[in-house]
Write a protein of this length. Structure first.
Length: 201
């Protein structure tokens, strides 16, 4: 059984094991053992519930294979991470891919799923040319317009940082497929979120 560490974060280690992904939440020695166990357990459970909800709604996210106390075993999505590859696609392909990402984000928000870390690093273009959204470790359920606007602000910032050559066009194309009952309100709130961000800087 081949095991390869593919990501090491503050909260979790992520391994690739035989075309499956294992996410293990790390124990923190500075926390009280009971609190540490409770937090790791609840965060694993919450992430699994969000994935289950997204899967039931046919949103492009990895399937859950197995859920343990602190571990989550999920499907490995074979494809290209957008953060590493989007810049190298033709302009037409970039726009088509980002429109598909907009559609998936729209489906999440329409069903009150907030990703919490919405960047091109958490998006994969599969071999079937579907955009999958991964890593819901910071995800949660919320009806708030503000939370949805902050999610959009994150992906807009990611496009500006990683794909700066044509980030404006990319974001415009993403928004073309961002359609839901609240989309107008969310886009209006996004302007307010951006103003706050500029003020902080």
């Amino acid at each position: 059984m081949k095991q390869k560490l593919i990501f090491q974060g503050a909260e979790a280690r992520v391994y690739l094991i035989d075309k499956k992904v294992l996410k293990q939440r790390i124990s923190k020695s500075y926390r009280h053992p009971n609190l540490d166990e409770s937090l790791r357990k609840s965060r694993t459970k919450k992430e699994a519930k969000i994935l289950e909800k997204a899967i039931s709604l046919k949103i492009n996210v990895p399937n859950i294979i197995k859920q343990d106390k602190f571990d989550l075993e999920i499907e490995y999505i074979s494809g290209e991470k957008l953060s590493d590859n989007l810049n190298f696609y033709s302009k037409e392909k970039q726009n088509n891919v980002i429109k598909e990402a907009g559609k998936q984000i729209s489906l999440l928000h329409k069903n009150d799923i907030i990703h919490g870390d919405l960047t091109t690093s958490n998006m994969i273009l599969s071999k079937e040319n579907k955009v999958f959204i991964i890593d819901f470790g910071l995800g949660y359920i919320s009806k708030k317009i503000e939370d949805k606007a902050v999610d959009l602000h994150l992906i807009k910032q990611a496009l500006e940082a990683k794909h700066f050559k044509n980030h404006e066009e990319l974001f415009k194309n993403l928004i073309k497929n961002y359609k839901s009952k609240d989309s107008k309100k969310v886009l209006e709130r996004l302007k307010a979120v951006e103003k706050r961000g500029r003020y902080k800087h």
